[in-house]
Write a protein that binds this ligand. Structure first.
Ligand SMILES: [Zn+2]
Length: 261
């Protein structure tokens, strides 16, 4: 029996009657700006060694697209990272259907599009989603073991353990449902899907990419710590204080928070 993989192009929701060139100019501009951001952010996945071949993808909700029911931009399926460009980024409705976005009909959205779309439909606050098969996070996925909160950076970024999501097969809403059910009500912006790999969310795509980078870094450090003994958990009140402080550092704006690290 063959199981569809994350790079199988036949797992998408078809096409939508929306035509990009017929949308209000302001919205077309917003789509273009989103395509540029999402295309550039894929280079970060490569830079931080979170992806191999064509696996892994970034998407971002198009600001101001509520008037047409919501749109997001995502990587095309099966295209290698050095061939990506803003013009090849695929535009989808929140049902995961590709709109007439000016790209070739053969260019289908990432096979993970249904999962991204599910997250956007069910978590209004999410503006960006990232999926990778980064090595150390996948090692925790293989054991179905949450990454324990044993580093202050993990407390800062994720507010506790990085949770494991359910085992889910690509092809319907089960991955998206697993992501949403695990992250809703959690402080973590990362979930490691069982036997699969990490999905991260953020207020925009850059924020979700940052969470993917941090998730892999924490997974790696804790994996290494395990080699020589048992990592010591941080007491819950310290985890709470670290998370609160980092999420609201001196009332700074997000860019300044990052600079302050
Ligand atoms: Zn995958």
């Amino acid at each position: 029996m063959t199981t569809p993989t994350c790079d199988d192009p036949d797992q998408n929701a078809g096409s939508s009657p929306l035509v990009l060139a017929e949308l209000p100019l302001e919205l077309q501009d917003a789509v273009q700006a989103t395509r540029e951001r999402v295309s550039a952010l894929h280079a970060e996945l490569v830079r931080y060694q979170l992806v191999i071949w064509t696996a892994g993808n970034v998407s971002e909700r198009v600001p101001g697209s509520e008037s047409v029911g919501g749109l997001f931009v995502i990587k095309p399926s099966g295209v290698s990272y050095d061939e990506l460009s803003p013009a090849s980024m695929v535009v989808c409705t929140l049902d995961g259907a590709k709109i007439a976005d000016g790209t070739s009909e053969r260019l289908t959205p990432s096979s993970d599009t249904a999962a991204h779309a599910y997250v956007y439909r069910h978590m209004d606050e999410v503006g960006g989603v990232v999926h990778t098969h980064s090595t150390y996070a996948c090692a925790w996925a293989a054991r179905r073991e949450p990454v324990p909160c044993v580093l202050t950076m993990a407390a800062d970024e994720f507010g506790g353990d990085i949770p494991i999501g359910p085992f889910a097969i690509i092809g319907d809403d089960s991955i998206g449902r697993g992501i949403v059910e695990t992250l809703r009500g959690s402080r973590s912006r990362a979930v490691i899907m069982a036997n699969h790999g990490p999905f991260t969310i953020g207020k925009d795509a850059r924020d979700a990419v940052k969470a993917a980078v941090m998730c892999e870094d924490v997974a790696r450090s804790v994996h290494i710590a395990r080699q020589l003994g048992d990592p010591v958990p941080i007491e819950q009140h310290h985890v709470d204080a670290l998370f609160e402080r980092y999420q609201n550092v001196y009332g700074q704006k997000p860019d300044e928070q990052e600079a302050a690290r």
